[in-house]
Design a protein. Structure first.
Length: 258
């Protein structure tokens, strides 16, 4: 299927590794020029080189997208873009009595207020040009909260509410905005959570992985490549009538008829 986005330009945040990297490379494979961003310059350049090998123009900006200074640096480099993929690492897991106001402020800054700031900066230009796509990478915890990820649950739920209203206000100008909700995928964060489980339960790594995989109907976790392909589709010409949706990509882990 031709996604109809060859020659477009996309900003993909936190794209040196994991789901952001998978999304950036999937867009590059469709002929989309990229601005890629992450804090670590070395890993970011490696991803940028992979994308360039697919024949597209790539600008790599090493910066913390969750800081005001980092966002300014990224926005200056990207100028006008057609596609925005919002992404940032989630806050650390923990236990509810231990979270203080400052912890919630940090989580909101990273996982709610940062994507909102980028939407406000880039969507007006998309509206003016009559075409745009925004994909916010959030979490399956928006649909099925995870107790130890309460900071993430809260911040991403706030973004979900914002997108629900905003997406419907901009759709008439050709800008389509949706959320992509990953379950467990093969990323550093899932590896860290698996290691935490391993230590708490006194398991071997192999036992912890087997236990984790058995909890999913597919018997495995997802790949960054699978995730990236779905992200690219949500940036395509074919989603013009798909507005403000929360697309769950979790291998069927969340059991619901809705």
């Amino acid at each position: 299927m031709d996604l109809g986005i060859e020659g477009k330009k996309a900003l993909v945040c936190a794209s040196s590794k994991g789901l952001g990297r998978g999304s950036a490379l999937a867009l590059a494979a469709e002929g989309v020029d990229l601005i890629v961003n992450a804090r670590g310059a070395e890993a970011l350049e490696a991803t940028a080189d992979e994308a360039r090998a697919l024949g597209v123009k790539v600008t790599a900006v090493a910066a913390d997208i969750t800081s005001e200074e980092g966002r300014a640096k990224v926005l200056e480099a990207c100028g006008e873009v057609d596609i925005l993929v919002n992404n940032a690492g989630g806050p650390p897991p923990g236990f509810w009595p231990d979270w203080e106001r400052e912890d919630f402020i940090k989580a909101l800054d990273a996982n709610m207020l940062t994507p909102i700031a980028l939407i406000k900066a880039l969507v007006p230009g998309m509206q003016k040009r009559g075409w745009g796509r925004v994909v916010n990478i959030t979490s399956a915890s928006v649909r099925s909260p995870i107790a130890q990820l309460g900071l993430s649950n809260s911040a991403r739920a706030g973004l979900t509410g914002y997108v629900a209203g905003t997406s419907r206000q901009v759709a008439g100008s050709g800008v389509v905005m949706n959320n992509l909700l990953p379950g467990s995928h093969d990323t550093d964060r899932i590896k860290a959570l698996t290691e935490s489980t391993r230590q708490k339960q006194g398991l071997t790594w192999e036992e912890a992985v087997a236990q984790r995989n058995a909890a999913n109907p597919t018997g495995r976790i997802g790949t960054a490549e699978e995730f990236g392909a779905v992200c690219a589709f949500l940036c395509s010409q074919w989603v013009g009538f798909m507005v403000g949706q929360n697309v769950l990509l979790d291998g069927g882990s969340f059991n619901s008829t809705t």
